[in-house]
Design a protein around this ligand. Structure first.
Ligand code: BDR
Ligand code: CA
Length: 312
């Protein structure tokens, strides 16, 4: 089993990532930490608790983290995820209390209480918590197995022409995280735009016919309806966040390319851009790679199997 800490801001696609991590036999989800992003910290934390309640996985610690980015003012994605962060869904009231620690402390303490290089950090929101953790305890760089994050993109953005939401909302935090020498895989928009369900996949999820599958159908239906409206398309919406978890489960699902990546902080038009330098073969010590191609059918098979597993 692969041990992970999932740092998230649920969020419709975060919710699917949580279910994949909980339901897949190869993942040992040590903790969920939350960060301001798709909605306020309070809302995304409550959403994480409610998902855990729905699944009945009360043994998973959930800790709330940063309520605002390092430098910039708060931006959310209400136009994508709604006022609650999970509009269109019905979740039970959370009954399980939060872990009393700040997410940053939970991350540091969890890494220190396990053997070195056994835990993968999987950030699927803004990088504020991870940046603060590594500033507070720089020794965690050596303890982390790898960082596999959803964010960025090497040829286009979604928040701006060149910046993806998770990087754009806290570029300073992203700058810190991308410049630490841990192995880092950027699962960016180039990859996640291949992660679209089909009508058949939606039917297969609905046919599981459990409260959890109903939640997923409601969630993806709301998320896709908004995407179609905003983009004037009848295509399914890309479901970004589970791709990072899927890569940890089985890296053969995704091809990657080693390339140095840095974050633009000074740009007039390009702040938050993940600048990948493809000019030369990567140096020996290059510690970053980007996700390139996805086996979409296998991704959804994994997601469906996990939902089925949790529905028992
Ligand atoms: C990312 O932005 C958020 O809205 C999603 O949850 C995902 O993590 C995609 O750009
Ligand atoms: Ca997210």
């Amino acid at each position: 089993q692969k041990k992970i800490i999932l740092d998230c801001d649920p969020g419709h696609d975060d919710a699917i990532a949580i279910l994949l991590a909980l339901g897949h036999p190869d993942i040992d989800l040590l903790a969920i930490t939350t960060v301001v992003g798709n909605q306020t910290l309070e809302k995304v934390t409550r959403n994480a608790q409610a998902i855990i309640e729905l699944v009945g996985a009360r043994h998973i610690p959930i800790a709330a983290g940063c309520s605002r980015p390092l430098v910039r003012s708060i931006q959310n994605a209400a136009e994508v995820h709604g006022i609650s962060g999970l509009d269109g869904t019905h979740l039970p009231e959370p009954t399980h209390p939060l872990d009393p620690r700040h997410a940053v402390d939970l991350i540091i303490e969890t890494l220190k209480s396990h053997p070195p290089k056994t835990i993968t950090l999987v950030p699927i929101g803004g990088l504020t918590n991870i940046a603060l953790a590594v500033r507070k305890a720089p020794e965690i760089v050596e303890l982390v197995k790898e960082v596999v994050l959803m964010g960025g993109g090497y040829h286009k953005g979604n928040r701006s022409a060149v910046a993806e939401f998770n990087i754009a909302i806290d570029p300073e935090a992203a700058h810190i995280v991308f410049n630490e020498c841990w192995p880092l895989t950027m699962v960016g928009l180039d990859l996640t735009h291949q992660a679209k369900p089909t009508d058949q996949i939606m039917t297969d999820i609905a046919n599981i016919n459990s409260p959890i599958s109903q939640f997923v159908v409601d969630s993806l239906s709301y998320y896709t309806a908004g995407y179609r409206k905003r983009n004037g398309t009848d295509d399914h919406a890309p479901v970004h966040d589970p791709c990072a978890v899927a890569y940890v489960i089985d890296s053969s699902l995704i091809t990657t390319q080693k390339v140095p990546v840095d974050i633009e902080l000074q740009g007039g038009l390009t702040t938050g851009m993940t600048v990948a330098d493809f000019r030369h073969p990567p140096a020996e010590d290059c510690h970053t790679q980007v996700a390139v191609t996805l086996d979409n059918q296998r991704l959804w098979t994994m997601v469906i199997d996990s939902i089925r597993e949790l529905s028992h």
